[in-house]
Design a protein around this ligand. Structure first.
Ligand code: ATP
Ligand code: MG
Length: 359
């Protein structure tokens, strides 16, 4: 899979821009604030139909403009795909592949997988469980269409359940409706919990191998997911038990939307006790495991988007990463750096050709 060209219109800081890429390694260089990360986000948009950094499409429109367009040409298995993604205040978001619009954007997810490594990956360790769920859910959505559908369905029903909880105070007759929601949510929660647990089982050995490789250490890293909802039939029971609490809180306090993934080193919390270097190695190993799982499941080497990684990694980790890159395990790579000479030197030292794009 190879992104040959990209065109942007009113996308973040770009009024109008076009880029041609090499099928192997592309170094995107330019000063701070010049738009390197934004360019990676545009590629992310083409793969996952949304920004990696914002929850709303509004934020990706150039200031004071009413629309943006991202277009890309992807070559894959000797076929050419023209992707056109646009967003406007009035028309909303539209995605077309070879001029044919998708009726549902979710149909596109997984066709062109990508993995983004960003300095914000530290949020995976430091922030709350939502960030970790989003990481694993995004991965599952790219490899399993049913997972995506069931997750969307679960979230929609959950919103309705929460709206109902707000009304029950005045209208006790709605309690029966709540039970109907719980019966519908139960199989979805069980499926999602089960798929997440299965993913972690598959990912763990890959993650551990990558962690050892990057950190060159003997530390005992671990990654786990343990949800009560893996047990079939438990959902309705828990909702019943939590009824008074949920009524007071006016939202559903427990469910797969609250489950967490546990990151540890030597049996201790990664967030509380690990050094910054250990945390960086951990998140990078997670991203590399994400890459391998996507490759295995989709049969496609995802686009690898590496944002500012050299600034955040020490010499040993850079060396290990360069070794991985030169092993040929990756497909097309996009790597940003505010210091062009550093990127060029690193790649030349490894004898790797790099296409430098100056912004
Ligand atoms: N919606 C938007 N409209 C216009 N400009 C925007 C928008 N969103 C972000 N920007 C601008 O884009 C610039 C940041 O771009 P980006 O984060 O891609 O820079 P960068 O080249 O990655 O910088 P660094 O080297 O610091 O990481 C900022 O100047 C910011 O004001
Ligand atoms: Mg940046």
């Amino acid at each position: 899979m190879y992104l040959k060209a990209l065109q942007l219109l009113n996308f973040k800081n770009y009024s109008q821009a076009s880029f041609d890429f090499a099928p192997t390694i592309n170094g995107i260089v330019g000063k701070n604030g010049s738009g390197k990360t934004n360019l990676l986000d545009a590629i992310y948009y083409l793969c996952l139909t949304k920004s990696a950094f914002h929850n709303t499409d509004q934020a990706s429109k150039k200031f004071r403009e009413s629309f943006f367009v991202v277009e890309g040409i992807i070559e894959h298995q000797e076929m050419i795909f023209y992707l056109h993604l646009s967003f406007s205040d009035h028309g909303g978001k539209i995605l077309k592949i070879n001029q044919k619009p998708y009726s549902k954007l979710s149909q596109h997810i997984g066709k062109f997988p990508c993995v983004l490594v960003t300095p914000y990956d530290s949020d995976l360790v430091r922030e709350g469980s939502e960030v970790r769920r989003r990481f694993f859910d995004t991965l599952l959505c790219q490899i399993n269409k049913t997972y995506l559908e069931q997750l969307v369905h679960y979230n929609r029903l959950l919103q309705q359940r929460n709206a109902l909880l707000k009304q029950i105070g005045q209208h006790r007759q709605y309690i029966l409706m709540l039970e109907t929601y719980d019966e519908q949510l139960a199989p979805l929660a069980h499926f999602i919990a089960h798929q997440r647990a299965q993913l972690i089982d598959e990912m763990l050995p890959i993650f551990l191998r990558n962690y050892q490789l990057i950190s060159q250490s003997q530390e005992n890293a671990s990654l786990s997911y343990c949800s009560v909802f893996q047990e079939e039939g438990i959902f309705v029971e828990i909702m019943k038990k939590n009824f008074q609490k949920d009524l007071a809180l006016q939202h559903t306090s427990q469910g797969i939307h609250r489950d967490d993934f546990i990151f540890e080193i030597n049996g201790n919390s990664l967030r509380k006790f690990a050094s910054q270097g250990q945390q960086k190695s951990y998140t990078l190993a997670l991203r590399l495991a994400q890459f391998e799982i996507l490759t295995q499941k989709t049969g496609i080497k995802p686009f690898l988007l590496l944002d500012d990684i050299f600034d955040k990694l020490d010499d040993l980790r850079i060396k290990q990463l360069m070794r991985l890159i030169s092993s040929g395990k990756f497909g097309q790579i996009f790597i940003t750096d505010a210091r062009p000479e550093r990127t060029e030197t690193l790649f030349h030292q490894e004898g790797l050709p790099i296409n430098i794009i100056k912004i």
